[in-house]
Structures are given as C-alpha cells and as structure tokens.
Design a protein around this ligand. Structure first.
Ligand SMILES: *Cc1c(COP(=O)(O)O)cnc(C)c1O
Length: 362
C-alpha cells in the first residue's frame, strides 16, 4: 500500500542548518555565520535557558499546569480571554489548528505569492485548495487592493505583516478594509510572526469588534526559541472554544511552555534583539551594492539578479556559503533572483555585507 496522493503537496524547504553546511564544507560550525532562517542572533534568553534546565528533570509528566499558565500569561499580555490563546507547536502548529477549525474539504484559501510556503501546505493537509494573490515586482505592494483583486470568496485569507520574505507591512487600515470587504464567512489571518520588529502596531484591537480576524504570533523569532517550537494564534472570542476540539493534546511541550513563560518576562532580551535588527536592516539597506527592499522584519530581501541572470540567487547563496555566510535563496518563495539575509549581530551583519559585496563584485 501507499500513502494517499500527495502530488499536490510540496515539501517545505527550510534554510540550511549550520551543522549540515559545516559538514559539507568540512569546516568547524563556529566558523560559519548563519543568516538563513531569521533566527535570533543573540540566541535564547538566558532566563529561558535556565527555565529549560530547571524543567528538565520533570518532563516525565504531561504539561498541564505550564500550558494553562502560559495561556494565562499571554491573555494578560494581550488583554484577552485565555480561551482566545491557541498555543501550538510553533506558529506553524497554530496555522494547522486554524485550518482544522475552519476548512471543510474542498474549501479554498488565498495566500500571498511570493510568500510563506506553509500556509498552502497546511491548507492542503486539511483537504483545502489554494489560490494566490500576487505581489507584483518591483514594489511587491502589500495593499488591500492587491489582495481584494484576487479574492473570490475564499474561506481563509492570509496576510503576513511584516511579510516574509519581502519585509513589507500592511497598514492596519488595509487589514481592516480586507476584513470589511471579504465575506462574513472569510477569516482574515494576520501573521505577525515578526510583529516585535515592526514599526506598525499589532492589529490585536480588531479582535474586540469582529469575529473574522485572527492573529498569529511566535516565540521563534524575537524570543529566540525557534528550537523548542512554540507559537500561538489569538482568535475571536466567539469561536475560541473550538480549540479544545481541534488541538493535538498537549499542543506545546512542558519545556516549551516553561521557556516561553520565562522569555515573556525577559523584556531586555527582546528589546536588545529588536534594536539590533532595526540597526542591521538599515545598515544592510544602505551598504549592500544591490537593490534592497525596505524591511520591518529581522531580515532584508536583496535583488541580486542584476549580476548574473536567472540563476543568480543560487550562485550568490552558494558563493556566500563557501565564504562562510549562510543566506537564503528565495527562488522557492517565488522570487527568483533574490536572496534573503537575516539581521545578524553587529559583527555578523558587517561580515555578511562585506562578503555579499565581494561576491557581487566578482
Ligand atoms: C517564522 C514564521 C512563522 C512561524 O514559525 P514557527 O517557527 O513555526 O513559529 C510563521 N509565519 C512566518 C511568515 C514566518 O516567517
């Protein structure tokens, strides 16, 4: 026997891991700078590390209290009911819960192109079909018009703000307009995975007056906890109870919940991370010798197509890697000719810019 027909399912292409690349190149991982997956260059909050260490001896028990405590802490932070916080195994896990809760077989979702691949993957796992709204180069505009032009009654519309991989944002007005002008039965899912870094505010306020907007947040980026897998959705009060029906039991692990609780208290770590990213994205925009889109995330998108034609992004990424800096070829995002560079530490960012400019020059 075989699995069901999975030909429409495309595997997620993650940025390459540092050990993997080090092994390929035969070098020490410490010699590499990894700026391919929008991870926090300052690492994990020390408070979260301590919490994980303290929790380790007790992981023979299911995570009950920790799960409840973290939902309460997040509800407090966002000024909503704990039932509106859908904790999950990463933001990706929360995307799955929303698809499970919303989609009947054959329902269609609307995703950005270029955009984050997991929206479509998650919808397909849940027997949904996928349509796209197109962000046109060169501006890649994130406007209500762009989305509504391609909207045709889909059940979920995904808005990424700040957008990965372009770094742009939707204005809160644009998001509200999309919610207003789509059907009552369409959920507008605002992915704020990079919300901490943005100049625009969260659209959390929309949840008070409407039942057709949900928000995605994660501990993977500004909180530096990508490895423990922890994220959540904030959902309208009216249908918050669906969580109990769709979540995989103990949706977030004990280690993840305890780390998350500690990280939430460590404002200094988040502030430092955000400050470095804000500096780094401006520095890269000014210093890279190729067009760089403005970014409100912890990364920038760079157009390297000017140098060597359609294969340029892969070649540039490969050459950067040989020189010790791992960045992301954006071809799989639907942006041939572009690379994405994560904001590093100050030293890492300077190294990345210098290396990239050398590669672009040759
Ligand atoms: C990183 C990211 C997420 C969530 O990632 P998790 O590690 O699963 O929390 C969601 N959306 C976008 C656009 C991202 O870049």
């Amino acid at each position: 026997m075989k699995p069901r027909d999975l030909s429409a399912h495309v595997a997620y292409e993650a940025g390459r891991g540092i050990e993997e690349v080090a092994r390929d190149l035969g070098v020490d991982p410490a010699a590499l700078t990894k700026l391919a997956s929008n991870e926090n260059p300052h690492g994990t909050s020390p408070a979260a590390v301590e919490a994980i260490q303290e929790t380790a001896p007790g992981v023979s028990s299911y995570p009950k209290a920790a799960h409840a405590d973290l939902r309460d802490a997040l509800a407090d932070r966002w000024d909503c009911d704990a039932s509106q916080v859908w904790l999950a195994n990463g933001g990706d896990g929360a995307l799955d819960y929303l698809a499970r809760a919303m989609l009947d077989p054959g329902d269609t979702v609307l995703v950005p192109d270029p955009g984050f691949a997991y929206y479509g993957m998650s919808a397909r796992y849940h027997h949904g079909a996928v349509e796209t709204y197109d962000l046109e180069r060169p501006d890649l505009p994130l406007t209500a018009e762009t989305v509504l032009a391609d909207y045709d009654g889909e059940r979920i519309v995904y808005l990424t703000s700040p957008h990965n991989p372009t770094g742009g944002t939707f204005s809160p007005d644009a998001i509200e307009r999309v919610a207003d002008e789509t059907d009552d039965e369409t959920l507008v899912l605002v992915d704020e995975a990079y919300g901490e870094y943005a100049d625009v505010d969260s659209v959390r306020g929309l949840l008070d007056d409407r039942d057709d907007v949900a928000i995605l947040r994660t501990f993977s980026k500004a909180y530096g906890l990508a490895g423990v897998r922890l994220g959540y959705a904030l959902v309208p009060g009216d249908w918050a109870d669906a969580y109990a029906r769709v979540n995989t039991p103990f949706a977030a692990s004990e280690l993840a919940c305890r780390a998350g609780l500690a990280a939430l208290e460590d404002d200094a770590h988040v502030e430092k991370s955000v400050a470095t990213a804000r500096w780094a994205r401006e520095y890269m925009r000014e210093e890279i010798d190729a067009p760089v889109w403005p970014s409100e995330g912890n990364f920038v998108l760079v157009d390297v197509s000017g140098t060597r034609g359609p294969e340029s992004a892969r070649t540039v990424a490969d050459e950067m890697q040989r020189a010790g800096v791992i960045i992301r070829d954006c071809t799989s995002f639907g942006l041939p000719g572009c690379v994405r560079v994560t904001c590093g530490t100050e030293a890492g960012t300077r190294e990345a810019v210098e290396t990239l400019n050398e590669v672009l020059e040759t």
